[in-house]
Write a protein that binds this ligand. Structure first.
Ligand SMILES: [Cu+2]
Length: 486
């Protein structure tokens, strides 16, 4: 299906919805609010993809346009790459910015020199053309800049996009999978605005929610089982996502793909870089019904990212320590062939356990200085230093220990892992799924197990880092080589 067909279907949906009143989302600033329509990034298919990153402007608030970045002419964010497991793909990434960038394929299991980390720099005017086989299972992944010390800024301007991997196992399930209709991408972030409507890049926590780049977003969703693919694309904030009416939804997938079976939940916490797929049953909702997806971030305490009480300054936000709206859903008529039941069984996986482990290591996050300086074991990121060396095919347990005052969203490239332990002894039920990013709360540790198979290089490292982009840019990143098996 082409992009224009997607847009056309979505336009029809909205035309049929007769939306007369869209109460605006919470606006704690008390400023004028818009009635936004959730933008669905165009989906592109095939095996050769062209991405061009350029400066743009977007009308986000009354008055001056906001300076943004976007791929392929978008005024914020980029197209969704829809790829098939097993396909050999090439992606031509052209940098039209006046500064260097990189494009990292977050969560994909690919060679280090195709990964788009800090070493694969694309200078202005240049096109970088990585190629790789899609080996991941069906799931929701994403691409974003990874240039050292520029990741937070370039991502904040809007340089990012989703990657949806499809495979035969997912296709065989009775799941909603019509992109933009009953299979909805939802990219959550927030921004603070300066008086002249520009993103305030000194703020680690925004004052205004952007859902797919839209303020006060509303979405017309059909009265049937609907799938949301949610990405936390924040700088630092976590989201405790649930519905205002407390309804139960089903978690069906995590970072690396589908769970073995749906897990019922009324709220799920997503830290920066994490994805989750959920099914929401709207089949019994009357057309015209309005639901609100919210972040239940109040009362979580100062160690929760976004839980501090201050409203101004670098760590302050008007959204801190409160419940706020993410998306308003307007229920419209069901589509033909609607999914009306949640499958009982999804995709069983054989997960790693501690019994499989051939090597273990511990990373300790140290806090120092003015409270914004974090390192792994005292070593700030350096492009020419290899911090860890892993033997190809090793099955390793990594324990990440957070310091006493700040939690971190730990992300490792190359692999999908299984979380086997938290120091609190409590794992959330949906954490049984494949993961590439995990929140490590202040003072706690998390242990995961992964196999470092397929790709090795004596020269090209993979990254591990905190995905809170300001922490990452501040040096909370390391790199590892996977040494070829002898
Ligand atoms: Cu961090």
């Amino acid at each position: 299906m082409t992009t224009s067909q997607f847009s056309w279907i979505f336009a029809l949906l909205f035309a049929g919805a007769s939306i007369t009143s869209c109460a605006t989302a919470t606006d704690p600033a008390g400023a004028a609010t818009f009635t936004g329509t959730l933008w669905i990034p165009p989906a592109v298919t095939g095996t050769t993809f062209n991405l061009a990153l350029s400066k743009a402007t977007k009308a986000l608030r009354p008055g001056a346009l906001t300076n943004t970045y976007g791929f392929n002419g978008s005024d914020f964010w980029g197209p969704t790459l829809l790829v098939q497991k097993g396909d050999a793909v090439q992606i031509n990434v052209t940098n039209n910015l006046p500064e260097p960038t990189t494009t990292h394929w977050h969560g994909l299991h690919i060679p280090a020199n195709m990964d788009g980390g800090p070493h694969q720099i694309i200078v202005p005017g240049q096109t970088w053309s990585p190629h790789f086989q899609v080996m991941n299972n069906a799931g929701t992944f994403w691409y974003h800049p990874h240039l050292h010390m520029k990741t937070a800024e370039q991502l904040a301007y809007g340089a990012g996009g989703l990657i949806i991997v499809q495979d035969a196992e997912e296709a065989a399930l009775a799941l909603p999978r019509t992109y933009g209709v009953d299979d909805i991408p939802l990219v959550l972030t927030s921004r603070r605005f300066t008086a002249d409507n520009q993103f305030d890049l000194t703020a680690s926590f925004g004052d205004v929610v952007l859902a797919n780049g839209v303020i006060d977003a509303t979405a017309a969703l059909p009265a049937q089982v609907v799938r949301l693919r949610i990405l936390n694309a924040e700088t630092e904030r976590s989201y405790r996502i649930g519905f205002a009416d407390g309804r139960t939804f089903q978690v069906i997938g995590t970072d690396g793909g589908l769970l073995g079976a749906p897990v019922p939940a009324t709220n799920v916490t997503l830290s920066v870089g994490e994805r989750i797929e959920v099914l929401v049953d709207l089949s019994k909702e009357p057309v015209g019904q309005i639901l609100t997806l919210q972040a239940f971030n109040g009362g979580q305490g100062a160690a929760f990212p976004g839980g501090a009480t201050e409203t101004t300054g670098e760590a302050g936000s008007l959204l801190n320590d409160r419940t706020f709206d993410l998306l308003q859903v307007h229920v419209v008529a069901a589509t033909a062939g609607a999914v009306t039941a949640v499958p009982q069984v999804l995709v069983p996986s054989a997960h790693w356990t501690t019994a499989d482990v051939t090597h273990q290591r511990t990373l300790t996050i140290l806090e120092s200085g003015d409270g914004m300086k974090f390192t792994f074991d005292g070593a700030s990121y350096a492009m020419d230093v290899i911090n860890q060396t892993v033997a190809q095919n090793a099955i390793e347990a990594w324990t990440v220990q957070a310091g006493p005052t700040s939690g971190h969203a730990f992300h490792i490239h190359d692999v999908q892992f299984t979380i086997v332990a938290r120091s609190t002894g409590t794992l959330n039920s949906w954490e049984a799924g494949w993961k590439d990013t995990v929140f490590v709360p202040a003072g706690e540790s998390v242990t995961f197990v992964a196999q470092f198979a397929d790709f090795a290089s004596a020269t090209d490292p993979f990254m591990y880092h905190c995905h809170m982009t300001n922490h990452e840019d501040g040096g909370l990143m390391g790199q590892f080589l996977v040494q070829p098996a002898p």
